[in-house]
Design a protein around this ligand. Structure first.
Ligand SMILES: Nc1ncnc2[nH]cnc12
Ligand SMILES: [Zn+2]
Length: 351
């Protein structure tokens, strides 16, 4: 298959994205536009904020997860009004649709906005307006996953989790599940056990970032102490054969983010990612963009990069795509529609 045929095949695959932080889809052009409209002063002593090109150049030199998070939290400070949150999410949904995403489960970080005086309803109304539009105009189904910031005290996270407006959004189904993100090293999953126990009792789906920069032990810890159903990133699973066997046997899905791992120096190059090892070991995983505006690629760029690095065949892609549909938190009818699309595509390309 030549490159352009392959690109067309990868684009047509009915993709599900499970690991995308909406705040990480804030393109520099929208960032500067909102900063100006909302009269937000970006750090004057950091030359990266002098222009769009300077900011993009700085994004190419991230040294670590924390180095990136510094820019991520400054960037989102321009989001003030409902319309801003709507514009951000709509921009992502448009990109996702043109990349062949059929279903997206998207993260957001309420604590990073509430702490700046933005109400939870402002965030949720903005995102929900974009979600309705994505469903009507693009045919994409979406779910929201409310993430908690692990660099903050667990007691503070629990207090936000228990806030009346957040509890109401759990109860009325606006939020599908919870996640745990931000700085990983020094913040093991078990610190958040109480919150995850409450979430389980309330019937929320549960995932957590683990094994991105942190060790394989954090994956064990997230599975055992938090009872998570998915692991976000999870690439350090490759360091523990016994755990890898357990994850494969339980069918726990990893949401891997290849370009993110390279840009944040979690691996030296794409080829170092354990993609082939995971396929051989029967580990289920989906491929995702994480923070597409910061890492130079949306989901299709990640699919193409993985294809080039690992020379996958149609059978490999069918498995990845099938696991990704099955590991989604949408209803069985929606999954069946996507599986049917996948099977029709594969049969067309293998005729
Ligand atoms: N890659 C990542 N890891 C942890 N927290 C994040 N928040 C946004 N992107 C993240
Ligand atoms: Zn992430």
């Amino acid at each position: 298959m030549c490159q352009s045929e392959l690109h067309s095949f990868l684009k047509k695959l009915p993709k599900c994205e499970h690991h995308i932080h909406l705040e990480g889809a804030l393109a520099p052009s929208l960032l500067f536009q909102l900063a100006s409209r909302n009269e937000i002063i970006l750090p004057p002593d950091d030359d990266a904020f002098k222009s769009r090109d300077a900011l993009l150049a700085r994004y190419k030199r991230f040294l670590s997860l924390d180095d990136f998070l510094h820019y991520y939290y400054i960037g989102m400070s321009v989001l003030i009004h409902e319309d801003d949150f709507e514009a951000l999410a709509w921009d992502y949904f448009r990109h996702a649709s043109s990349d062949g995403v059929h279903h997206a489960e998207v993260f957001f970080d309420p604590q990073a906005h509430i702490s700046r005086g933005i109400s939870y309803s402002t965030i949720l109304n903005g995102f929900n307006a974009a979600r309705s539009r994505a469903q009507c105009e693009l045919g994409i189904t979406t779910e929201l996953i409310c993430c908690f910031l692990r660099h903050l005290p667990a007691s503070k996270c629990l207090a936000v989790f228990e806030q009346d407006d957040i509890q109401a959004s759990f109860a009325n189904g606006a939020i599908k599940g919870i996640g745990l993100d931000s700085s990983e090293l020094g913040f093991p999953p078990h610190l958040f056990k109480d919150m995850y126990e409450k979430a389980a009792k309330q019937g929320l789906r549960r995932t957590a970032h683990a094994g991105e920069e942190g060790p394989a032990d954090f994956i064990t810890n997230a599975l055992e102490a938090l009872g998570v159903e998915r692991i976000d990133h999870g690439i350090r699973l490759a360091d523990d054969d016994e755990l890898m066997g357990r994850v494969a046997a339980n069918g726990t899905m990893l949401t891997v983010c290849p370009l993110s791992n390279v840009v944040l120096k979690c691996v030296g190059s794409l080829e170092e990612l354990p993609i082939r090892m995971f396929l051989d070991a029967g580990i289920k995983f989906s491929i995702n963009s994480d923070d597409p505006a910061y890492f130079g690629g949306y989901v299709l760029d990640n699919y193409c990069a993985v294809h080039e690095a690992f020379d996958l065949d149609i059978g490999d892609w069918e498995r990845i795509c099938r696991s990704s549909i099955k590991g989604s938190w949408c209803n069985t009818k929606r999954k069946a529609e996507m599986i049917a699309t996948l099977e029709a595509l594969v049969s067309e390309w293998t005729r």
